[in-house]
Design a protein around this ligand. Structure first.
Ligand SMILES: N=C(N)NCCCC(=O)O
Ligand SMILES: [Zn+2]
Ligand SMILES: [Zn+2]
Length: 313
């Protein structure tokens, strides 16, 4: 028996405090199979700040989510216990300490047996999340949805930023380098070497234009084949979406995916051994009419649903 969301036909969905999808808090349930956790941290950004306000904005946007997912034929909150684990409070003035805090607290949640869907925060937080995941599952396959590579070496000489988490993750042996792919890559780079170094780290690339030319079904099939039966981590930088679909983000690039394309590719990952995921880089101050927070809330719902599918009776 799971404890589900507040019943929106009894208590209107705009009433009461916001948890993700109106789910119970983690302290209201004995344990959770899937924990949605916020990381309000944005001290690693290279351009517009503000992702620290994303967990609250995405929870607000998530009030309208409903309990049955027709695309995946699953009622995620019935299939498994899903709960909102609140926010990981980390030091906004010390990136190194914040990274340690995220690793420790995400690790503590994983140790309860929960899978995580983390609401960022900027992309810096993917590194400590991957550390925590790899400690428990070994090196994982990674599907990284993003306009950017995020495999740069340093910014201003600093190794821990939102543009560098996946290079650090490869260096630290957290990733299975036979099963890595960026999806939605586009936009100007610093130089050709960015791509060469990224290839050397082991990444494949499905560009935003590839998604348009090949279509979502073929792309999802190729990703499923690349991942195989390895434990999989999915990291979604909301700037993978075109700025028309996600204006509220820190480093927007033209020519991105539609939210429909992203959601369909994610649904195409059903059957993969997803072990945890994140949705990062929502910057609510640059949003309009909650477009970006709504997209992020649906992405998170799909990720929760993919995790719940495995526990479906
Ligand atoms: N949005 C993320 N995660 N990274 C973008 C870094 C691109 C740059 O500042 O050049
Ligand atoms: Zn990005
Ligand atoms: Zn990113």
């Amino acid at each position: 028996m799971t404890i589900g969301p507040v019943d929106s036909s009894a208590v209107p969905r705009f009433a009461g405090p916001a948890t993700f999808a109106r789910l119970p808090r983690l302290d209201q349930v004995a344990r959770a199979d899937v924990a949605v956790v916020g990381v309000p941290f944005d001290s690693g950004v290279s351009y517009r700040p503000g992702a620290r306000f994303a967990p609250a904005a995405v929870r607000e946007a998530a009030r309208l989510l409903r309990p049955y997912h027709p695309g995946l034929d699953v009622s995620p909150f019935d299939a498994v216990q899903v709960a909102d684990a609140g926010d990981i409070a980390c030091n906004p003035f010390h990136i190194g300490e914040a990274i340690e805090t995220v690793q420790e607290q995400a690790g503590a949640l994983l140790d309860t047996g929960a899978k995580l869907v983390t609401l960022g925060g900027d992309h810096t937080i993917a590194l400590p999340l991957l550390r925590a995941v790899a400690q428990r599952y070994g090196p994982v396959a990674l599907l990284h949805f993003d306009a950017h590579l995020d495999t740069w070496d340093t910014y201003f000489g600093e190794p821990y930023t939102h543009g560098t988490p996946f290079r650090r993750a490869v260096e630290e042996g957290l990733l299975d380098t036979s099963a890595l792919s960026h999806v939605g890559t586009r936009g100007p780079l610093y130089g050709r070497a960015d791509l060469d170094e990224d290839t050397r780290l082991g990444f494949g690339i499905v560009t935003a234009a590839d998604v348009m030319r090949r279509g979502v079904d073929e792309v999802a099939q190729a990703l499923r084949e690349r991942v195989g039966d390895r434990p999989l981590y999915v990291s979604v930088d909301i700037d993978v979406l075109d700025p028309a679909h996600a204006p509220g983000t820190g480093t927007p690039e033209a020519g991105g995916l539609t939210s429909r394309e992203l959601l369909e590719i994610l649904r195409g990952l059903a059957g993969c051994d997803l072990v945890s995921a994140d949705v990062v880089e929502v910057a609510p101050a640059y949003d309009h009419a909650d477009i970006t927070s709504i997209a992020a809330s649906h992405v998170a719902y799909d990720l929760v649903s993919l995790l719940a599918l495995k526990g479906k009776p």
